[in-house]
Design a protein around this ligand. Structure first.
Ligand SMILES: Cc1cc2nc3c(=O)[nH]c(=O)nc-3n(C[C@H](O)[C@H](O)[C@H](O)COP(=O)(O)O)c2cc1C
Length: 176
């Protein structure tokens, strides 16, 4: 079982702390964490190909050349993002709009795979539910299986995470 965590936090903060806790529970599995802020990933240029969900022929960056080809072969994908303005972070949106060519029949490598989400923030479940419902809609267009969410309260400062082990166990059980 190969698991890819897509960490879309803009800083080394609470998201990293939560993914660290989740990774402890996943010991024994092959887990890779992709920290988007550490990667050269440009914004989509909005060309006709991007609009048609094809691979953009113009953008050549670390993401297109090295990273994207290496993330196709996982069984479980986890998007880990703080909630920002009742949504995922800008980094998460850039990532997803760069891989939206997964919609193309030839590139549909998420099809039949599992996708879960970790999200958190200062507000509360109503705010985080918007992120969860967006991830569920990804599952619908990519034909992958939604395998659960892990949410918790976090503060604006770092090392401020209210998360209990029971919730993490429940989330991890759903992934496997
Ligand atoms: C621009 C911005 C918008 C935010 N919007 C929300 C929000 O809509 N709902 C929420 O629960 N928290 C919101 N927060 C709080 C963050 O989710 C919270 O501080 C989180 O711990 C940040 O995670 P990080 O340490 O990985 O960056 C927002 C924070 C920022 C910086």
């Amino acid at each position: 079982m190969k698991i890819l965590i897509i960490n879309a936090s803009h800083r080394k903060g609470n998201t990293d702390q939560i993914t660290g806790e989740v990774r402890k529970k996943l010991e024994g599995y092959e887990v890779r964490e992709l920290i988007l802020r550490d990667i050269d990933i440009q914004i989509p240029d909005g060309c006709e190909n991007c609009a048609e969900s094809e691979v953009c022929p113009h953008i050549k960056d670390e993401f297109s050349e090295l990273i994207e080809p290496s993330i196709r072969n996982y069984d479980v994908y986890i998007l880990a993002t703080p909630t920002w303005s009742d949504n995922v972070t800008p980094l998460a949106l850039i990532f997803w709009n760069r891989i939206v060519s997964w919609c193309h029949e030839d590139n549909k490598y998420l099809k039949g795979k599992k996708l879960g989400v970790i999200t958190h923030g200062m507000a509360g479940q109503e705010s985080w539910d918007n992120v969860i419902s967006w991830v569920k809609s990804i599952c619908s267009w990519e034909q992958c299986k939604f395998v659960g969410s892990l949410t918790c309260k976090t503060g604006s400062n770092i090392n401020n995470v209210e998360l209990n082990q029971e919730k993490i166990n429940e989330f991890v059980d759903g992934l496997l």
